[in-house]
Design a binder for this molecule. Structure first.
Ligand code: DC
Length: 222
């Protein structure tokens, strides 16, 4: 039986936090597909590529060899042999990832890699197109969202805790822009799959979201 869980949703909805906890609880492997697009973003940033130049992006995509390994149960992303995991979580990598991820050749390469990963083991995979494109037969599909304001506030608190200077309104604008980019692109835009369960985490704790998802999952497994 297919035991995969697909979690899609906009930036900052808490997908990776939730997916990691669900994976641990249900003994599944967590696959963070955003990290793969972020590695692709780093590759193109280093090349000095213009993400709006579709032909140039398509022509250079084959030069990026992205591989995933698991070390101490944590996903490590390698770009052309270099472990870039520590470089992925910056705003710059996220924005570049969002821009280059609209390219068809980039998506084709990433989807193939993600589908291969899910063939070898049962996974919780999070991203934007997992339920719609990558794992259309997933046992459970979740569309995890929260309001722009709540997502911006969560990100703001995270940055403040790290001692970083930041502006709530700028974060809000950034999140709204990323939503727009991810939801309006031509190929595989972010949208809720017809058979996905909507979970709005705006007023839920992490524990409540994890419980909602694992309860649904166990019902389906039974
Ligand atoms: O989830 P994230 O913020 O790490 O993802 C970074 C960007 O990568 C996101 O803005 C859009 C793109 N992405 C995608 O197009 N498809 C996915 N399955 C995952 C991420």
């Amino acid at each position: 039986m297919n035991r995969n869980i697909a979690i899609d949703g906009p930036a900052g909805a808490g997908k990776s936090t939730i997916a990691k906890l669900v994976a641990k609880q249900e003994k599944l492997v967590y696959v963070d597909t955003g990290a793969m697009y972020r590695a692709m973003g780093i590759y193109f940033s280093r090349l000095g590529a213009d993400p709006a130049d579709e032909a140039a992006i398509t022509a250079q995509v084959d030069g990026a060899d992205i591989t995933i390994k698991y070390e101490n149960d944590a996903q490590q992303v390698y770009l052309n042999g270099e472990n870039v995991t520590g470089l992925l979580r910056t705003e710059e990598a996220g924005n570049m990832a969002s821009k280059v991820s609209k390219n068809g050749a980039v998506r084709e390469k990433m989807v193939e890699l993600q589908q291969k990963l899910a063939q070898t083991t049962a996974v919780v995979m999070d991203g934007r197109d997992i339920g719609t494109v990558v794992l259309p037969d997933a046992l459970l599909k979740i569309y995890l969202t929260a309001s722009v304001e709540v997502r911006a506030m969560r990100r703001y608190k995270e940055l403040v805790e790290k001692g970083e200077q930041c502006d709530l309104k700028a974060i809000e604008a950034d999140i709204a822009e990323r939503d727009h980019q991810d939801m309006t692109r031509e190929i595989s835009p972010l949208k809720q799959a017809d058979d996905a369960v909507l979970v709005d985490s705006s007023y839920m704790t992490i524990e409540e979201v994890v419980k909602a998802i694992t309860d649904l999952y166990r019902e389906r497994l039974a």
